[in-house]
Design a protein around this ligand. Structure first.
Ligand SMILES: Nc1nc2c(ncn2[C@@H]2O[C@H](COP(=O)(O)OP(=O)(O)OP(=O)(O)O)[C@@H](O)[C@H]2O)c(=O)[nH]1
Length: 450
């Protein structure tokens, strides 16, 4: 193909990169945009083999495509390339074969190249936000929010993403994602000592990529304390009121300035997080209701079953650090018959209170039947468990429950078993139940082991 002056002039006005490669796969032309983008001179490229310029390895991937184009096919593709300066870009390349007008022979092809890096990563964010918000299988809101923070960090190229709750001058980390050490939810700062004070004062998205050189940030106590050069923060609003902030930061200065598109996309991420926070508080309440026994305020059977399943799922070995005890109130029917159903309820509440008073944080206690309770006790040795349960049995036996004019006493029978790694909830329950049966048949008000 003859590259004349008119063609060159026209090619240099095009808003995309363009190259012409001949049938021997040598460069015959590149336009100015191509020269600028890849930082090369056409004079250095002219007549050179594509394989020489790209290096054999990269060329191997596209040589087959070049063959197809030289056989007459139009091909479009997207390609990730790493430039000499380390930038990773997404290119959209269209290959168009060119025919000699006279002979109708293919004499080479045009490669028309667009840099779609910005467009592609923005599209990735949009797709991922949609995915996180709409996939039913993604699990809890907490996981979804953390995923969005990770996504924001990856898109903005920052190390830390935080959702904070701000009440008055108190900033509390609610959710966090970090490329380095984990930031624990619950960590607190004075709002004035965080860059988010600037965001909330402005009531808008605020960003810097060079805090040390910015008026608003360089003298800020947050800069003095953490030397964070890069920051982008937005207010989170729930029901029209400021709830907290979404913020991304890094110790390193961000190479490129934040663009309007970056800010828009983070605004979108922020709206998604607001929705998840609202959902979270709703599910929190519903979950609490679903897992709580209404009469005693203890957990219910569903909760203790799921607690057990979670132990199995996370680390089956931990089962062997627990003991399971089934506790049944003796002759409870008589209490109902003698003093009335309300009195029975009072007894259930009083017994439940004894459990909550004597169990530790690691232990779980649930009402699993009418007058039956299950305890999962975290203990090292049988003797520790036996001591704890014996104390519990005695304290219940010494209760005097006041109801109307009556003082009601009661006792409990208990069946205990040590959990084994291979246990299922039902298997453990059955073992404890048969120990409980022993206690009942041996005269009640006692503990038996199985
Ligand atoms: N007040 C009250 N009674 C309940 C509740 N749930 C179950 N019950 C009653 O608890 C009683 C349980 O009686 P049984 O299963 O015969 O056992 P028991 O009388 O405790 O006898 P043993 O277990 O053999 O010592 C029944 O009368 C139920 O109606 C409740 O929420 N409140």
């Amino acid at each position: 193909m003859r590259i004349d002056r008119v063609f060159k002039k026209l090619a240099n006005t095009l808003p995309f990169m363009m190259a012409f490669i001949d049938t021997e796969r040598r460069y015959q032309f590149v336009n100015e945009r191509y020269e600028q983008f890849f930082d090369v001179k056409f004079a250095d490229l002219k007549g050179k083999l594509v394989a020489e310029v790209l290096g054999a390895e990269s060329y191997e991937r596209i040589s087959q495509i070049h063959s197809r184009v030289l056989a007459g096919e139009d091909i479009s593709l997207r390609e990730k390339v790493t430039l000499r300066d380390g930038r990773v870009l997404q290119l959209e390349i269209k290959y168009v074969p060119n025919q000699n007008q006279r002979t109708q022979q293919i004499n080479g092809f045009f490669a028309i190249i667009n840099d779609i890096t910005l467009y592609a990563s923005a599209a990735d964010v949009l797709r991922a936000v949609h995915d996180v918000m709409n996939r039913q299988t993604m699990g809890l809101s907490t996981d979804r929010i953390t995923k969005l923070l990770k996504l924001g960090c990856e898109y903005l190229n920052t190390d830390i993403g935080i959702v904070s709750r701000v009440i008055d001058n108190e900033y509390t980390v609610k959710y966090a994602w970090s490329t380095g050490d984990a930031i624990a939810p619950g960590t607190q700062f004075e709002l004035g000592n965080t860059y988010c004070s600037v965001t909330l004062a402005a009531s808008d998205v605020i960003a810097t990529r060079n805090a040390s050189k910015s008026k608003a940030f360089s003298g800020h106590p947050c800069y003095a304390a953490f030397k964070l050069e890069t920051y982008l923060g937005l207010p989170i609003r729930i029901n029209g009121k400021v709830w907290g902030t979404l913020n991304f930061s890094s110790a390193a200065s961000r190479g490129a300035p934040f663009t309007d598109l970056d800010k828009e996309l983070m605004g979108l991420l922020c709206s998604a997080i607001e929705t998840l926070i609202i959902n979270n508080s709703k599910t929190d309440r519903l979950e609490r209701l679903a897992y709580t026994d209404f009469l005693t305020g203890l957990s219910n059977r569903l909760f203790i079953n799921e607690f057990f399943e979670r132990l199995v799922y996370e680390n089956r070995e931990r089962l062997s650090q627990y003991y399971c005890a089934l506790v049944d109130i003796d002759h409870f029917k008589r209490i109902n018959d003698e003093f009335g159903h309300d009195a029975g309820d009072r007894v259930l509440q009083a017994v439940a209170l004894e459990f909550t008073d004597s169990l530790r944080n690691d232990d779980v206690c649930a009402r699993v039947g009418g007058e039956e309770f299950m305890l999962l006790i975290h203990a090292d040795a049988d003797s520790d468990t036996a001591r704890l349960i014996e104390r519990l049995r005695q304290s219940i036996a010494s209760l005097e429950i006041q109801h109307d004019q009556h003082r009601i006493s009661t006792t409990v029978s208990i069946g205990v078993t040590k959990l084994q790694e291979t246990d299922s909830f039902n298997r453990a329950y059955k073992r404890a139940d048969s120990a409980l049966y022993q206690s009942k048949s041996n005269g009640r008000n006692r503990m038996s082991w199985n």
